[in-house]
Write a protein that binds this ligand. Structure first.
Ligand code: ARG
Ligand code: ZN
Length: 883
């Protein structure tokens, strides 16, 4: 059933307090819920509709009286109290559930022997009958009773107010959360866990106990997570003025989890891959991800929990904002430019294709069948870009005024994206024109810019035109409000000070005060618009969309020479990288044409020279260099083609990499030798940057057929003292089939078979390989003893990894499609959320040639007609077929 934003209605009843009680057992779990119900309009005795899925109702009472058949109505998704009394009343239900059989990992379930929960978005209805919607905010208590030896630790939200032993080897704990919350933030954990403890003193002097819970053997791997948590708490005080509000903050690590982590009030639950780290078992990328996600979930305490969403269409209100906050946090702790490059790459690689495909939806979707399908890169990453645009338009201080007003107005409320917009506008008395369209129009705006210099008048003009492509359900669009941060470079590569700027002939902005302005934000709001810079003494090279100030595709008339000039000189680090990427994309596309015409592939010497200059520029950040010498991904190039040609793009990217490696071999060799280190692993930007550059160089070298290099890579593998270096070397060795590869992979598995997170990387490395015919190997790995279809991380590594290799997933014989089709149908019976994430790999089937289209379509049709298909997979598969 499809649900629409426009159909939102206020609830007939609110819940004031909720007292939950759990009897956790091996055969069954009994859940009692006592709810104080308050009608929204006094005296209106409409039926009370409670959601409930996979629940066995034992009893239901109103004001202490047991209801008989006829007083209520039960179907597979609801319990309806048909004629409740008017005025406030108490509802009490007792239900039975089977967490040990719950493979959906939604609601209450077991993960390696421990009980845990995941309620967002609509999992609470699998625990007890409830109005499972975020605008129902109540105060909770939670009593947990369980066997003491099997479940020595009993956790829920808020403060522990009572605990004790019971007869029969059991014990109990009673938790009380003083803050009102929607049920999606409820959490319970019970099991054999130990904690790393620490404290944080808040700005007002509150001493908060911090605990990170894991199975005993994983405890040593929580040091970095604890560091990240404390850094997050401090940062939110410093940058957003947000203080923590309870005396305790718990994080629990579980190995079976559908997503990354969950911000349950004071009891965050994490996928173990985003908590556990040691230098030997986690890479720099893992360390960085842990920092970001610990921050993300902590920041939700204000953006999500204290101020929550009115309904699920508003998801980006909390997720877009919280992603923006975690991006800023990671930026402040590392390198801003490098972080921005990473975030923009993610947007281009994952969100742009979504915005151009059958699942395209606005940052605030208009409808959904299954909400879980809308925890997307559009809601999260594009949503964060929308928040970033407010900051670009208002400046740091104006933005902070906006968030202060937002918290002041809405603490304790469930609100909408307009409420956030209004706070930003009102706090700054700002004119945001048609900015709200960013929430309602799907698709990536395409902006064209042409420039011209008038030497006589000393003016420089930029003419913008924008279009927004049609998306499912939105054939025609209106022009968007696009902030374009821009600067002008003089012939020495220095920023020119900007003076007056005219928009369509009218004075738009003037450099104010005594400080020269080098970057201005042009407010593009119409389909076509011209900006003219006055007092420009020489023909400049414009640097456009600095810092990637809007989530658009920008096409400009900059020449290759201009781009090489920007690559060498732009004061905006992001745009320096961007100039190199634009050049690389052009180059790759031109070679794709050569490949398709059977012409020989060639590499432009000017490009090699540009890369070499970056490589040798010792003033540059090393991680920036690593990013700047990395070619755009195959997906990005295919995205720019009429018909995506996987084989051509793959061959071209491989060719350019190899050519660069051979022409810059000595430079790469020097880097590997200079930048290697056997010192103790340190997680800081300087060391990560050093490793990133060394390992990027190693990856290039490994593409060469060369005895000396084979030796070198093997040497790096053997002498590595941390996983970042070891795994990079393994990946380098694994580029080419052969005995060296087989031996290294076997050796690595042997070393790490006891550590499932490391084994997952081993799975992913093999499944995502571009080696021809790799699907056979992936079938074999499905039966490997370490693989388990029930564990989402293993599925993402092995199946997700395979879909990440375009040449193999889109193999012309359809073997990749057939593989995924079979898996999706199997997986859907165990875990619909994970199955639906996997089926998404088919969604852009129309982008390929006819043969492939037919093969992919056949699989989608097979899936849609499968018996007992979940709504999750149905939604993605049917929408994919509908275009
Ligand atoms: N709110 C969580 C986060 O911080 C994600 C929860 C996702 N749950 C789901 N069923 N899709 O991002
Ligand atoms: Zn989140």
């Amino acid at each position: 059933k499809e649900i629409f934003l426009k159909d939102y209605k206020l609830p007939d009843y609110y819940f004031d307090t909720v007292d939950l009680s759990f009897l956790l057992g091996e055969e069954k779990t009994i859940v009692s819920a006592k709810i104080c119900v308050v009608p929204r309009v006094d005296g209106a005795a409409s039926p009370l509709v409670l959601d409930g899925v996979d629940l066995k109702l034992i009893s239901v009472k109103i004001n202490g009286n047991e209801l008989k058949e006829g007083d209520f109505h039960l179907d597979t998704r609801h319990l309806i109290l048909t004629s409740p009394p008017s005025g406030n009343f108490i509802s009490e239900t007792v239900t039975e559930i089977l967490p040990q059989k719950n493979t959906s990992l939604e609601g209450l379930y077991k993960s390696s022997g421990n009980f845990c929960t995941q309620c967002e978005a609509e999992g609470f209805r699998k625990i007890t009958f409830y109005q499972d919607r975020p605008d129902i905010m109540a105060k909770y208590t939670c009593r947990i009773e369980a066997d003491k030896s099997l479940y020595p630790v009993l956790l829920s939200n808020g403060n522990l107010i009572e605990q004790g032993d019971l007869e029969g080897g059991k014990h109990f704990a009673l938790w009380e959360d003083p803050f009102k919350k929607p049920c999606y933030l409820f959490a319970l954990v019970a099991g054999q866990l130990e904690s790393r403890d620490d404290t944080f003193s808040t700005c007002s002097g509150r001493k908060v106990t911090l605990r990170i819970w894991t199975p005993p053997e994983d405890l040593p791997k929580t040091e970095h997570a604890m560091y990240s948590l404390k850094a997050s708490m401090k940062w939110d005080e410093d940058v957003f003025g947000r203080e923590y509000d309870l005396d305790i903050f718990n994080i629990v690590s579980v190995p079976d989890f559908n997503m990354g982590a969950m911000e349950n009030k004071s009891l965050n639950i994490f996928n173990s891959k985003l908590v556990l780290a040691s230098p030997e078992t986690a890479t720099d990328a893992d360390y960085a991800a842990i920092l970001g996600v610990i921050g993300h979930e902590y920041f939700h305490n204000w953006t999500g929990n204290r101020v929550t969403c009115r309904d699920w269409f508003q998801l980006s209100l909390k997720e877009g904002l919280t992603v923006f906050r975690d991006q800023e946090f990671s930026s402040d702790l590392g390198s801003r430019t490098v972080k921005r490059i990473g975030d923009v790459s993610k947007l281009r690689t994952y969100q742009f294709p979504q915005d151009a495909g059958p699942m395209a939806h606005p940052v605030r979707p208009h409808s959904y069948i299954k909400m879980d399908n809308f925890y997307t890169v559009t809601v999260y990453e594009k949503g964060a870009e929308v928040v970033r645009m407010y900051k670009t338009l208002l400046g740091s201080q104006g933005f902070r005024k906006g968030t202060d007003l937002y918290f002041e107005r809405h603490d304790g409320q469930a609100v909408t994206c307009e409420d956030f917009f209004a706070a930003m506008r009102d706090a700054n008395d700002a004119d945001f024109a048609n900015f709200l369209l960013w929430y309602s129009q799907a698709g990536t705006p395409v902006v064209n810019v042409t420039s011209s210099y008038n030497a006589e008048a000393c003016t420089f003009s930029l003419k913008f035109s924008q279009t927004l492509p049609p998306t499912p359900g939105q054939p025609v669009k209106e022009p968007m409000f696009i902030p374009v941060a821009a600067g002008l470079l003089d012939s020495n590569g220095k920023d020119m000070p900007l003076s007056s700027i005219y928009r369509d002939g009218k004075l738009e902005s003037v450099a104010s005060g005594s400080q020269p302005v080098y970057t201005t934000v042009l407010r593009v709001t119409k389909a076509e618009e011209e900006f003219v810079f006055a007092d420009v003494p020489e023909k400049p090279v414009p640097s456009l969309l600095r810092g990637y100030s809007a989530p658009i595709r920008l096409h400009s008339d900059l020449t290759d020479d201009d781009l090489f000039f920007l690559l060498a000189h732009d004061s905006d680090g992001f745009n320096r990288w961007e100039a190199g990427q634009i050049l690389a994309r052009k180059l790759m596309l031109s070679q794709v044409v050569n490949f398709q015409k059977d012409n020989a592939l060639v590499l432009d010497p000017q490009f090699v020279h540009g890369i070499k200059c970056i490589l040798l520029d010792s003033s540059l950040d090393k991680e920036f260099i690593a990013k700047a010498i990395t070619l755009p991904g195959e997906g990005e190039i295919m995205d720019m083609m009429e018909v995506a040609d996987t084989d051509a793009v793959h061959a071209v990217r491989k060719f350019i990499r190899k050519q660069l490696a051979s022409e810059l071999k000595q430079e790469f060799l020097n880097l590997v030798k200079e930048k290697r280190s056997t010192e103790k692993y340190v997680f800081d930007h300087a060391n990560m940057a050093r490793r990133a550059l060394k390992n990027t160089a190693l990856g290039y070298l490994a593409s060469l057929e060369d005895e000396e290099i084979t030796e070198l890579v093997l040497h790096e593998y053997k002498t590595a003292t941390n996983l970042t270096d070891q795994f990079s070397a393994l990946a380098a060795i694994a580029q080419k089939p052969g005995k060296a590869r087989d031996d290294a992979l076997a050796d690595f598995y042997n070393q790490w078979q006891h550590d499932y997170l490391v084994v997952n990387k081993w799975f992913a490395l093999q499944s995502s390989s571009d080696i021809p015919g790799n699907v056979e190997n992936v079938y074999k790995l499905l039966t490997h003893p370490a693989f388990d279809l029930k564990n989402p991380n293993k599925v993402y590594s092995l199946i997700g990894g395979f879909c990440a290799s375009p040449v193999n997933f889109h193999a012309k014989d359809g073997s990749g499609y057939k593989f995924l089709g079979e898996i999706v149908v199997q997986l859907d019976k165990l875990n619909p959320q994970v199955a639906s994430r996997m089926v998404s790999a088919f969604s852009r089937w129309k982008r390929y040639d006819e043969t492939r289209q037919n093969l992919a379509k056949a699989q989608l049709e097979m899936i849609v007609s499968a018996n007992g298909l979940s709504e999750n997979v149905y939604e993605i598969a049917s929408k994919s077929l509908a275009v």
